[in-house]
Each structure stands twice: as C-alpha cells, then as structure tokens.
Design a protein. Structure first.
Length: 218
C-alpha cells in the first residue's frame, strides 16, 4: 500500500480524511479546467467523483472519450440506478439531471428529465443539493469556470450540510462569472487555482490516511 500523500499545509486534513465523494460543476471553459484537475485523482482512491458539465442537449457527450486517456481512474457516463462507485469518475449525460439517491445498499445515481434549472439540464445545483442530502460532511463540492450562476446555491447546501466547499479563483478562471456567483452567495472554505485544486484532490481517498497522520503527530 502506498504511503498517503500529505495534504497541502493550508488544508484541513481532518475534514479531508472524511471525504467519500466529490461533486464538480463547470460550464464554459470546463473541459480545459477539468483536464487540469481530474488527472490528479489517484488510481484506487476510496472516493467517488461526480461531474456536471453543461453540454448541448441535442448531441451525444464526448466527455468519456475525451477524459478516458487523461485520467488514471475509470471514466463513465452515469447510468440511472447504478451504484455510486468509489475510484470512478461519473459524468452526467446530456439532457438529464444527475442526482444522488439514498438506498439501503448505498448511494445510487439517478437521472431526471425535470425542467432545466438555471437554464441547464444537467444542472450543477441539482447534483450538489442531492449529494449534500446523502453525504453531508463527507462531501466536497467544487465550482469551476462558467457563465451563469449554476452551482452557487448547491455549494451553499453542501456547506450547510457540513461538507467542504471549493471555488476556482475567478481571476484564474477562463470565464469568471460562475465562481464569482458562488463566492457572492456566502462563505466558501477554499478559493483556489486549478493547480491548488489538483493538489487537494491528489490527497483524497486513502482510507486510514487520517489515522496515519495522527500517529505521525503523535
């Protein structure tokens, strides 16, 4: 078993140790931003990742083919009623909201064709709010570059549930409006550049890492 990677000095390692799922939202400029951070997720990491990127509704998504060779983790388009799987990157399909449902056997992915939210389907807020209900403090939410306010309310829901909230530094974002709206809505734990977000993700998902760090502090 590889030695856990230490979190950045500015990060709260106790909260990071608890994370079981990461939800990420992006819009305009999102492919470039995701290309910088998703490869940081380690093979075998015990954390699930769910991504909403605003897509044209009328065309098939190419995200799996784009990211499959860039990421060490498996990349899949989410399917209705499929288990949320640790160590896998799940992309929302076009024209469906992606949600997380509670089930006795564990969290499940769910699809909805309800009305667009913030003019978007899939919508970031829908994923973030449903995941916050399921995971609470075991969830990290990340809002990246984009041109509308989608994700701002969802990120606050994650924070209210005790989860970790992250926003891309608007000054570094290809399209700063979405990060700016997330910051305007309320308190955010971390405002980070893409390399810093990658550093954060790189530390996630090795169960027992927190105990090892406690022994080192000892």
């Amino acid at each position: 078993m590889s030695k856990p990677i230490q979190p950045p000095a500015w990060a709260d390692s106790r909260r990071l140790d608890a994370i079981e799922a990461v939800v990420i939202g992006a819009s305009a400029g999102g492919v470039d931003a995701l290309s910088e951070i998703l490869p940081a997720l380690r093979a075998g990491a015990d954390v699930a990742t769910l991504v909403v990127l605003h897509l044209p509704r009328e065309r098939p998504s190419l995200l799996v083919s784009i990211f499959a060779h860039r990421c060490v983790q498996p990349v899949r388009e989410a399917q209705d009623k499929e288990p949320v799987e640790a160590g896998v990157i799940h992309f929302a399909p076009p024209d469906y909201h992606l949600l997380v449902d509670k089930a006795p056997e564990g969290p499940l992915l769910a699809m909805s064709n309800d009305e667009p939210v913030n003019f978007s389907r899939p919508a970031i807020d829908v994923l973030f709010e449903s995941a916050a209900d399921v995971y609470g403090p075991r969830l990290m939410g990340i809002v990246l570059t984009g041109g509308n306010q989608d994700g701002a309310a969802g990120l606050q829901a994650i924070g209210s549930a005790g989860g970790v909230t992250v926003v891309q530094d608007p000054q570094q974002a290809q399209v700063p409006y979405m990060p700016e709206q997330a910051l305007a809505r309320g308190k955010i734990d971390y405002v980070l550049t893409l390399p810093q977000i990658a550093d954060l993700l790189r530390t996630l998902g090795a169960r027992g890492a927190g105990q090892e760090r406690e022994k080192e502090r000892g």
